[in-house]
Design a protein around this ligand. Structure first.
Ligand SMILES: [Zn+2]
Length: 430
């Protein structure tokens, strides 16, 4: 007992700003700090296993590595296989049942965007930063979850808590159908009160760490336009009309002029047009043929649409449909929409969770945590559960260059995030 008490005392004296913490919380902070090297070593092992979404053996190997850690902390662990036709590795699920405090869902992912054939970027330490595939997106976040739980375990604070952890194996390219690939996540959410996701922390413009209470939905649209094929010299006449390419240009420029509003974006990413033209089923490639002296008969545009709430989506769809319907003479057009990720709309409940997190950070001397403006990040797994319960994301580490070969991570951000998380989990489960 004595050495521990001294450690706690030294910590209390050494960090005068951290006096918002209880005695147990100070012990938790001391445990996080004592085990920081272990966490970094665990991250190195995870990063050096390639786990591109389609490298199923690699995804399972990272799942095994992390699963062993959860088992050591008293969690029941299992692997959830996906149907073979879905061609995804499956998910790691760890859970413990108790009756005390809020029931928590902690979300991470095992896969990265770096497939086996991408240029190898192994672990490399560079002063106070480290590099490697998936180091920050999001193996760093996974390690923060494990190390925060470890600190709670070591002071006996996990006893009688109810915590579910889902590390998906296909976050970067979710298996279809989504209803199957996200069933474990949704099922865990239905048995939880609060979801916490550990995608990378993002800094705001003042350089402060932030929390994410809103993420925009990702969806796509396809515009198909037809015109009357004919000699180019007759264009603009009543009989020939304007052709499919002018009509497509009118429509997408109409979107730009009339549909833009805060937190809403829509981007045409692929356009093909001519006498014959089409894009493939995924909207990722197209072909076209035509001649400068022939009025274009067809055009197709593939685009995305990101929105913060279903009301915003419906408003955007209605405006876009109305623009599409104002056909130029001799043309016709139709637009179809396809939802992918639901929106994580900011709610009072999620803001309240962020406030507990921010207070934990302040009490530990690590500063207040503001909400990140929702327009500033892409889609993530938390969005599949956010409609069901209060949710907070962005609790992971801090780094640069996610999804690029230059991805790196600031080592000190792991300890910072782990301390905040451990105190948050402790307070939510009392
Ligand atoms: Zn991620």
């Amino acid at each position: 007992m004595k050495p521990l008490a001294l450690t706690v005392l030294a910590l209390a004296l050494g960090s005068a700003r951290a006096d918002g913490l209880s005695a147990t919380e100070r012990q938790i902070v001391a445990e996080v700090k004592a085990h920081a090297p272990h966490g970094l070593a665990l991250l190195e092992r995870a990063v050096n296993i390639n786990s591109g979404t389609m490298n199923h053996d690699g995804v399972r190997a990272v799942g095994k590595l992390f699963g062993e850690e959860f088992a050591q902390l008293g969690f029941a662990t299992r692997w959830s296989d996906m149907p073979p036709a879905m061609r995804r590795a499956g998910h790691l699920i760890a859970s413990r049942e108790g009756k005390q405090g809020k029931r928590l869902l902690l979300i991470g992912h095992l896969d990265t965007v770096f497939e086996k054939d991408s240029p190898v970027q192994l672990w490399r330490r560079d002063g106070d930063r480290v590099r490697g595939q998936g180091v920050n997106d999001m193996k760093g976040g996974d390690v923060i979850i494990i190390e925060a739980l470890r600190a709670l375990h070591r002071v006996g604070a996990l006893d009688n808590t109810s915590i579910r952890v889902v590390f998906t194996g296909d976050e970067e390219d979710a298996g279809e159908p989504i209803a199957v690939s996200r069933a474990d996540l949704v099922d865990a959410a239905k048995r939880s009160d609060i979801a916490l996701a550990f995608e990378a922390n993002m800094r705001d413009q003042q350089g402060r760490d932030t929390g994410t209470i809103g993420r925009r939905a990702a969806s796509s649209w396809q515009l198909k336009v037809s015109g009357r094929q004919g000699h180019s010299s007759g264009i603009f006449s009543d009989s020939a009309g304007y052709g499919a390419i002018y009509e497509a240009a009118r429509i997408i420029d109409g979107f730009r002029q009339q549909v833009i509003e805060p937190d809403l974006t829509f981007s045409p990413g692929l356009i093909v047009g001519g006498t014959d033209a089409g894009s493939d089923a995924l909207g990722a490639a197209g072909q076209a043929s035509g001649k400068s002296n022939v009025i274009a008969r067809t055009a197709t545009v593939e685009g995305d649409l990101r929105y913060l709430s279903y009301e915003q989506r419906d408003r955007a769809h209605a405006k876009m449909q109305a623009i599409v319907a104002q056909h130029l003479p001799g043309t016709s057009a139709g637009i179809s929409f396809r939802d992918a990720y639901p929106p994580m709309s900011p709610t009072a409940g999620s803001l309240a969770v962020l406030q507990v997190y921010s207070q934990a950070s302040q009490d530990a001397g690590l500063g207040a945590i503001p909400a990140l403006p929702p327009g500033q990040r892409g889609a993530g797994d938390v969005q599949f559960v956010a409609p069901l319960l209060d949710s907070l994301d962005g609790l992971g580490a801090t780094g640069n260059g996610a999804h690029s070969p230059d991805e790196d991570l600031e080592i000190a951000s792991i300890e910072r995030a782990t301390i905040r998380t451990a105190i948050l989990l402790y307070r939510l489960t009392r």
